[in-house]
Ligand binder design. Sequence first.
Ligand code: ATP
Ligand code: MG
Length: 391
Amino acid sequence: MKRLYLIKIGEIALKGGNRNFFEKRLKKNIKFALRGIKCTVWGSRGRFFIEAPEESASRVEDVLGRTFGIKGYSKVQRLPKELEQITEEAVRMAKQNISDGRGLRFKIQTRRADKGFPMNSYEISCALGEAVLKEVKGTVVDLKNPDWTINVEMRETAYLYGRVEKGPGGLPVSCAGSGLLLLSGGIDSPVAGWLMAKRGLKLDAIYFHTYPYTSDEARQKVIDLAEILSKYTCGLNLHIVPFTDVQLAIKERGFEKATTLLMRYAMVKIADRIAKENNGLALVTGEALSQVASQTPESIRYTGSGTDLPIFRPLIGMDKEEIIRIAENIDTYRTSILPYEDCCTLFAPEHPITHPDFDRLTAEFSELGIEDMMDKAADETEKIYLNGADK
Ligand code: ATP
Ligand code: MG
């Protein structure tokens, strides 16, 4: 048995001449996420359909619920454009809703794309509504506040569907090129990555690992977070940079109160190289203004100067509570709060500066003499492919 779904797209529908590009990308992303399942995806101009085997329904619904570009989706029945059959199905759906305890107030909503059909939308709705009222005891029409709606679309054939499940909205991943997410094991950066993927950015991620100061568990935690993110991003490549030597050199040679900033600058410089080697067009971080000493305007100006790529910081204006709410919704929160310390905490100075002098830190960094060490760390970066990302 096959199951058919109707997919409604969100912002893509507003695209003008480029719409085809966005729609093609959406289809490609859905197919990628459902690879291994025998399914067909078709449609355009705001309506997509996917047909897949009944037994894969839960995987299909999981994918539709997390694929960016999808505003909503519904299980749909396809019928010939004959009033009798459509009425029968509407009555069956109504009875099902009542036995599911979903209330008595209902609405029939009809759209008629095929103007050749002899009845107009209003007449179809009235005919079906009357049949439901007659056949299903106790039901009441309520156009303003229905407990449930039966939707009818008259196209090349008739489609009937009930509840519309929510998709994540946004734009299909990859339609904005790709970027590199600086992914730590914390709460913020996975959320930042998710938000940028929602705007169409394909993600790679980079993690700076300071073994043995940060443990294998901390590394595994980042891999687990990347794995969760990869389900939204059509796979993801995680770059793990062996950062211990760079970190120790900064700690030994750098101006103590600025160690976090110098270290973050080094991360941005290495990320810049890895991004460019992988066709990345931007970096992404989980920084939020004033959250910590390294996230003041002066600190952000300095640490961001390690790259000429744009740095996207989607959390910049968000409170921690708002960020946590998203982390819970996208299922990264419970992994993020596992206790393993990250290197920033371990190497953080007791009294970090919050208003660094840009020129002073820029000069200080070049005096550290760690360029070769940074190159070596970048050369020795390990790459992990998650959920079928490009090899
Ligand atoms: P997060 O919750 O994402 O760890 P945070 O609030 O703890 O963020 P910081 O530790 O100051 O903030 O880090 C700011 C940003 O720098 C992070 O959001 C992340 O993008 C990046 N970052 C920090 N440490 C690392 C690391 N070890 N590897 C990769 N990126 C990192
Ligand atoms: Mg952190």
